[in-house]
Design a protein around this ligand. Structure first.
Ligand code: CBF
Length: 813
């Protein structure tokens, strides 16, 4: 013990010296004189000194042992902040905290100095971030590949109740975690003419001429494993002007103009995450972005592979490329291009390698996310890639016709090019050896509905991998007191093996444990209440029920049902003297896409209701409504642990999985939800008595769509509660919301808000009743935590590694 204390003391002294020396090197000033941002940057620099040794070691080990590598291609990585999570993963939080304290610095004050790396917009991007954390923590050689966007998703401000979008200049003060690797730059080609030209000997050779080159420069971010020495890499590509294009002196006016246009073009590529796709130019820019990072990523993988001295024939045994949603699907054609055009492979051999290398995950059945590009846009931009896709499709359809003679519907449904468009999901499916959905119900819907023709044709390719979240960020880091309580109760083995959380099942009736759980929940609720108040919001009673719905604002997620229900409660509280509810705060948070009118109107309605309810003294002891501005990863770390009720109320069949549901559950909230996405598996894991399930089932929803038999008017006419709240949208109670009324009634309520309204109300009543029984509630809360281990992304990634990538962990000594 004394020895350990001694070691720690020495480590602390050494660390303090490091801070002082690093401050001198970075700023030429004493540590004590630094601004708070400089202090933060100095801490990061010191943390990087801890990380870099293992980063080098990890890369060397991979190179030397030639272990199979996983490359996870995703247009989004919603990282959030890294300082706290890196310290957790390094296991050095306490040491840093103590050393800094002795230097007069509170480490907790430094965390908010870090900008949220908002390189994503929602579940898909956050999942990718959880996955790279899990790969590193499981010791798997897995890396991310994406774009270094200059601006992340917009910053949301609420002004007079409306969402206003401000550019998210997250790189404004620099991003301390990145390493620019200029020597690893590659060129990406756009435009020009590509064709096959007959040679003198009669053979055909590819010509691609008059193209434009963009230089892709990687910025690498270390991804630190959990106390295991592994440090993997997230490679973010930045578009830069090609070096060859810099001889200003000799240029004519036209050439200078062309250069200016070229520079603007290049700079636009990595400027924004999701350029506005309502215009042709915006859509084209998205396609440019996708090819840009995919081409750069695949080129750099092949180059690295050859550098390691490996044989390309073995490529699929040594490399797994994952296509996260359709955005990187063009990787299929790019790898074919590199193998056939640049490495001289025969088509069939290249195709075998490509298919064995690629795997694809579908994240939604929403048609707008299954990208299609008009040929007229695609071909001029990527002429050689288009030729390759045409050839892939020609051969693929030849095989379809052979295996399914006279089945022209099958041919149409499976064709990668159809109706003048290139279908990226189809390219991904044809070019991959595995296709997976992200929750059991979602994978079933893909097989039986959305992709049924592909499933009939390639039944063996389809599988399910239910999503997960990293318990390191969402529990260990976000809720340290709960972490300590769990450690004290079942030991800390669960931190490395989260399935061991199930040991808590033996304690869910322990009075002492439940009392502690109760105290910790209250602490987290106070944190959230303070955050809201400090950010200009209302005062909230931490003893009220915290009922929270945070996620992107989308019609299928049905925030509108939630707010209509609050309007109903408010009406009852005002008009019915006997009507009572336990004191409740209903929270919302999430961004609406800038061009999504109904979503923005929903935000406006939430804020209008909040204003009225919160300023009404007669009810606001019982009911408050809060819209959390600019919800994102870091705010989520305060929000998820504070919830009593997790609202997961999407129309059944529409939410592929959801992952917020898992973050809430892991922190002890009870799910109030539909049987959609991973809610189904959550309800199975905890039992129906420990969550509240309501509403239409997926089969019923799909049946309504198929038969067209749902009539929103009937709901309006027959359900007085529905009639009341829908009428209030236009009678001036909250302002003018014709937009939402028309959407629900004239638009025939595409997502069954009115149909599910009364079941939703009953579900709330049941929850309220349950909440009144403190012991039963806390037991349910504990059961949710105890059964959340299966929703750690470690479990998910292990399944990907075993079933899809066939990759084993590598120990970094
Ligand atoms: O699979 C991760 C998440 O992806 C989405 O956010 C997406 O963008 N497609 C889905 O909507 C979520 O259901 C899913 O959890």
């Amino acid at each position: 013990m004394a020895n350990k204390r001694n070691e720690l003391g020495l480590a602390k002294e050494g660390l303090k010296q490091k801070f002082l020396a690093t401050a001198h090197i970075l700023w030429g000033r004493d540590f004590a004189d630094l601004t708070s941002h400089e202090v933060y940057a100095t801490i990061v620099s010191v943390v990087k000194q801890y990380i870099s040794e293992n980063w080098v070691k990890t890369n060397k080990a991979y190179m030397k042992r030639r272990d199979k590598q996983i490359y996870y291609f995703s247009v989004e990585f919603l990282l959030g902040r890294l300082l706290r999570s890196n310290l957790v993963n390094l296991g050095e939080m306490e040491l840093f905290h103590d050393a800094l304290e002795e230097l007069g610095i509170d480490l907790n004050q430094s965390f908010p100095e870090e900008p949220d790396a908002g390189l994503g917009n929602g579940g898909l991007g956050r999942l990718a971030a959880c996955f790279i954390d899990s790969m590193a923590s499981l010791g798997l050689p897995g890396h991310g590949c994406s774009i270094r966007y200059q601006y992340g998703l917009f910053e949301q401000k609420i002004i007079k109740g409306n969402q206003v979008e401000i550019p998210d200049n997250w790189l404004g003060n620099g991003f301390e975690w990145e390493y620019r690797k200029a020597d690893k730059a590659v060129n990406v080609k756009f435009n020009g003419n590509a064709y096959m030209k007959e040679q003198e000997d009669g053979s055909l050779a590819l010509v691609h001429e008059d193209y434009m080159t963009v230089m892709a420069v990687p910025y690498d971010v270390p991804i630190v494993g959990f106390r295991n020495n592994t440090v993997n890499t997230l490679r973010l590509w930045n578009a830069e002007v090609n070096r060859d294009f810099s001889d200003y002196g000799t240029m004519t006016r036209e050439q200078l103009q062309a250069k200016k246009e070229y520079r603007n073009f290049v700079e636009s590529i990595t400027e924004y995450l999701y350029p506005d796709d309502s215009s042709y130019e915006g859509r084209r820019l998205r396609l440019i972005q996708e090819y840009f990072f995919v081409s750069a990523g695949v080129q750099s993988i092949v180059r690295h592979y050859l550098l390691a001295g490996m044989d390309l024939k073995e490529f699929a045994k040594k490399v797994a490329i994952h296509i996260n949603d359709t955005h990187p699907a063009v990787a299929v054609a790019e790898l074919m291009r590199l193998l056939v055009d640049e490495q001289g492979f025969e088509w069939d051999d290249a195709w075998k390698i490509t298919r064995e290398t690629m795997a694809y995950t579908n994240h939604t059945i929403m048609p707008e996310a299954l990208e299609k590009w008009p040929i007229d846009m695609f071909r001029p931009l990527l002429p050689r890639i288009y030729m390759i896709i045409e050839e892939i499709n020609r051969r693929h359809l030849e095989e379809v016709r052979k295996r399914r003679p006279n089945d022209e519907q099958m041919v149409r449904e499976l064709s990668i090019i159809e109706d003048g468009q290139v279908h990226m999901a189809r390219l991904a499916i044809v070019g991959s050896h595995s296709v997976n959905g992200v929750a059991a119900i979602h994978s079933d819907i893909l097989k039986n509905d959305t992709l049924k023709f592909f499933h009939r044709y390639y039944p063996g390719k389809f599988n399910n991998k239910t999503n997960g979240i990293t318990h390191r960020r969402w529990l260990i880091s976000a809720n340290p007191e709960l972490t300590s309580l769990i450690d004290e109760t079942i030991g800390d083995g669960w931190q490395k093996a989260p399935e061991q959380l199930s040991k808590l099942n033996d304690h869910v009736a322990d009075k002492g444990f439940l009392q502690e759980l109760d105290k910790i929940k209250r602490l987290r609720k106070i944190d959230l209440a303070d955050y809201i108040h400090e950010h200009g919001g209302v005062r909230i009673d931490p003893d009220s029920i915290f009922d929270i719905q945070v996620k992107r604002i989308h019609s299928y997620k049905r925030q509108i049902m939630n707010i209509l229900h609050i309007m109903y409660l408010y009406h009852e509280l005002k008009t019915n003297k006997r009507f009572r509810i336990p004191p409740t705060t209903r929270f919302f948070g999430g961004k609406a896409a800038p061009g999504y009118y109904i979503a923005k109107e929903t935000i406006r309605l939430i804020n209008a209701v909040a204003e009225k309810v919160n300023s009404d003294k007669a009810v606001n002891e019982m009911l408050k409504v809060v819209f959390i501005e600019n919800f994102g990863v870091s705010i989520g770390e305060i929000v998820y642990p504070a919830a009593d009720i997790s609202e997961q109320i999407s129309t059944a069949s529409k939410e592929a999985s959801g992952t917020g549901n898992m973050k809430f559950m892991m922190n002890g909230a009870l799910t109030l939800g539909t049987l959609d996405g991973a809610n189904v598996e959550i309800s199975q894991a905890v039992g129906r008595e420990n969550c509240e399930i309501f509403g239409l089932r997926a089969e019923e929803v799909l049946n309504y769509y198929a038969t067209g038999s749902y009539k929103a008017w009937d709901e309006f006419n027959t359900n007085p509660a529905v009639r009341l709240v829908v009428s209030q949208l236009v009678d001036g109670t909250y302002g003018d919301f014709h937009s939402l009324r028309d959407y629900l009634i004239q638009g025939n309520d595409e997502f069954f808000v009115l149909k599910d309204f009364s079941p939703y109300d009953r579900a709330h009543k049941n929850m309220n009743q349950k909440y009144e029984n403190r012991k039963a509630w806390l037991t349910s809360s504990a059961i949710n935590i105890a059964n959340s281990g299966v929703f750690s992304s470690d479990r998910t990634i292990r399944e990907y590694a075993d079933d899809i990538w066939h990759v084993k962990p590598v120990i970094i000594a």
